[in-house]
Design a protein around this ligand. Structure first.
Ligand code: SF4
Length: 685
């Protein structure tokens, strides 16, 4: 039987966790989601660090992490704590430890929580390939335990909490050799450390499983939840600290964070979170707040009705990526489903025909789309509300053709139209039929017959509460003409889109439309998109990105609301890239920076972006230091990693190709490296 990481994938139920106290802040249990961040000042600079913590606290940060790369830094945490107290700030502090158990032992006396990284607490990373037999592996484990046990005892005796914070980018060679660079390796790495904690009866532990790759982050947290549940069935488990590390900056950083963190929260996993952006850490707080508030609003209150239950069968693979098997649907020149890339549609809704000058409105759409580099809309969807709209569709087609926009045109029509003798417009490549739970079968039949005769794929857009949608699917399948090769697709609207899409996939599974493609729909809420663009972006990223990471969805259809067609197109492709399904832009994996950072990361990332932003599909990692730097190269084509004051190592794949490059020359050398490796393409910026 598959490991169970949630009670059911079809409704949200918060994972049951014990409460871990971090100073005055409680994490887990029924406490609200806690927001965290990390300083990026020099830890020895007490004033700068305390100033930044004060700004973070004012923005809503509830727990602040500070790096302690040396014993001196760890000792200075005491000064930082005193200065915070002098300013009347009681925010709990977390010491961030990599490589230095000695610093951890001191830090535990100065702060409320210590974060250790199992990949480097007792191991150095040398990228050695070595087979460990069981005896050697056990000996290594016992060496690691001996190194770690004193810290566990000290934290237990002092009442200090601990985060066992695994990073995909810094797994130990020992773990990599045995379990691979994988979610399983991340989980095993953390559990080895938990064994020592439990041997010492120390349970004030929080876990994290961070990765810059959204698939890996989702899978690792889920696998850990399942493994912990297996260790202690029925008991409240250890809380989770959520994060997508090295998410980058700006829109892409927010989108990746929303997909990874938001997706896990909608599984009911997570008790505290940090959004890691390559920006001033204060700017992380509102993003984290929005992601957290959105999830908490979706958590059911006690006694609330749950969605459908399907036992323990999942319609997706929670611990590895597998795209749902679907049939291909020919929508004009666009093929949706099968092995085709997830398609991008812009839902223009009723805007076109509501406009007094719809020809000008078409021109505006074409103009706006032409301004977006490297990507194109693969379908446009318009609402056809009456006979005169039907008559205008060929005109729209003609105008778009004149504007050299040969994109397929889909139409959304109410099924009732067909009962009134209305015909499908000849130029429509696909018809979207919204169906509510109370739609009479006779109307469905008339609509179905009209679409079948026209030979176009139909998308049944289910508009029903989850509790009613299942019987609606059954009604549709019962009306499905026998023996005809149908060209059906489905979408579903719900206040819980992720659970709704999973439910839809489960209802279809094994039936005559078991491989029908699924369209993921999201509309940018008019009011929200204007007043709070960041919330609108986060909602779109979670609703579309999380199912895509589960392999569900063959097309995304984005309702534009008040934003222009070009902006919608750009957002849709950024979400696909964040969900790792279509890479159409340069991908940047950049760390948020911290007190270890050896250069101005924000400025350096901006400079590298300006030089390489046109390299569609190339992945570049920009890392402040070697903690996660070399490990992240597994996911990047090129790397720029701080190696010492003013010095940078450059990577091609996992290989260091230039060491100690002066920072002043490093961007130029990176550009030359990309050119030498034959990855320089497109127009120079
Ligand atoms: S990779 Fe960046 S955030 Fe991580 S420890 Fe190094 S400098 Fe700090």
């Amino acid at each position: 039987m598959m490991l169970q990481y949630v009670k059911s994938p079809y409704w949200i139920e918060r994972r049951s966790t014990r409460v871990v106290r971090v100073g005055d802040v409680e994490i887990g249990g029924s406490n609200p989601l806690r927001i965290q961040s990390m300083t990026n000042t020099d830890t020895m600079d007490t004033k700068a660090t305390v100033d930044q913590i004060e700004r973070l606290a004012a923005a809503g940060c509830e727990v602040a992490r500070v790096t302690a790369p040396s014993i001196r830094d760890a000792e200075n945490l005491r000064e930082i704590r005193s200065e915070l107290s002098r300013r009347g700030l009681r925010i709990p502090l977390v010491a961030d430890i990599h490589f230095t158990p000695n610093a951890a032992m001191i830090a535990a006396e100065c702060v409320e929580k210590v974060r250790i990284n199992p990949g480097n607490y007792a191991d150095k990373k040398k990228f050695e390939v070595r087979d460990y037999n069981d005896i050697e592996y056990e000996a290594e484990l016992s060496r690691v335990a001996d190194r770690f046990r004193p810290l566990v005892k000290r934290c237990r005796d002092l009442g200090v909490a601990m985060r066992i914070g695994t990073n995909h980018g810094s797994l130990s060679d020992r773990i990599m050799n045995r379990f691979g660079d994988s979610p399983l390796g991340m989980v095993e790495s953390a559990l080895e450390f938990l064994d020592v904690c439990e041997e010492e009866s120390y349970r004030e532990v929080v876990f994290s499983m961070k990765a810059s790759n959204t698939h890996v982050a989702l899978q690792a947290y889920r696998l850990l939840a399942a493994r912990l549940a297996e260790r202690s069935p029925g008991a409240p488990s250890y809380p989770f600290h959520l994060g997508v590390t090295e998410a980058g900056d700006a829109e892409d950083g927010r989108i990746k964070s929303a997909i990874g963190i938001g997706g896990l929260l909608e599984d009911g996993l997570g008790d505290t979170l940090r959004v890691s952006l390559t920006e001033d850490p204060v700017r992380e707080i509102p993003v984290a707040r929005r992601i957290a508030d959105r999830a908490m609003a979706l958590w059911p209150s006690a006694g609330e009705e749950r969605g459908a239950s399907f036992g323990s069968e999942f319609p997706y693979q929670p611990f590895e990526y597998h795209r749902r098997d679907t049939a291909r649907r020919l929508c004009g020149q666009l093929v949706v489903g099968g092995e085709e890339p997830v398609a991008v549609e812009l839902d223009l809704g009723t805007d076109l025909f509501k406009s007094t000058d719809w020809v000008e409105a078409c021109s505006e759409v074409a103009r706006s789309l032409s301004e977006v580099r490297d990507v194109a809309a693969e379908s446009l969807l318009i609402d056809v509300s009456n006979r005169s709209d039907v008559a205008r569709v060929p005109e729209v087609r003609r105008v778009l053709d004149q504007l050299e926009l040969s994109v397929p045109l889909a139409v959304r029509m109410q099924p009732e139209f067909f009962g009134e003798g209305c015909e499908l417009p000849a130029d429509a490549t696909r018809v979207v039929l919204p169906v509510a739970a109370d739609c009479p079968p006779s109307i469905l039949r008339a609509a179905l017959e009209a679409v079948r005769q026209a030979g176009r794929p139909v998308e049944w857009a289910l508009e029903a509460e989850l509790s009613e949608a299942e019987s609606l699917v059954r009604t549709l399948l019962a009306e499905r003409p026998e023996g005809t090769s149908s060209e059906w697709m489905f979408s579903i609207q719900s206040a819980h889109p992720i659970q709704a899409v999973r439910s839809l996939a489960a209802w279809l599974s094994g039936g005559p439309e078991g491989t029908a493609p699924i369209v993921l729909r999201h509309s940018l809420n008019e009011e929200k998109a204007l007043s709070d663009a960041e919330s609108a972006l986060i909602a779109a990223a979670v609703d579309l990105g999380a199912p895509l990471c589960d392999g569900l969805g063959d097309m995304i259809s984005l309702g534009l609301g008040p934003i222009g067609a070009g902006a919608g197109l750009d957002l849709a492709y950024r979400i696909l890239q964040g969900a790792r399904l279509r890479t159409t832009r340069t991908e940047y994996i950049s760390c948020p920076s911290c007190g270890r950072t050896l250069f101005d990361l924000e400025e350096t990332t901006a400079r590298i972006k300006a030089a390489t932003g046109h390299l569609s599909g190339v992945k570049i990692a920009v890392m402040g230091c070697i903690v996660n730097g070399p490990g992240e190269m597994a996911d990047a084509d090129f790397g720029y990693v701080g190696s010492g004051p003013g010095k940078v190592n450059l990577y091609a794949g996992k290989q260091v190709v230039a060491r100690g490059v002066p920072e002043s020359d490093a961007t130029e050398r990176l550009v030359s490296l990309i050119q030498e490796q034959g990855r320089w393409s497109g127009e120079d910026p």
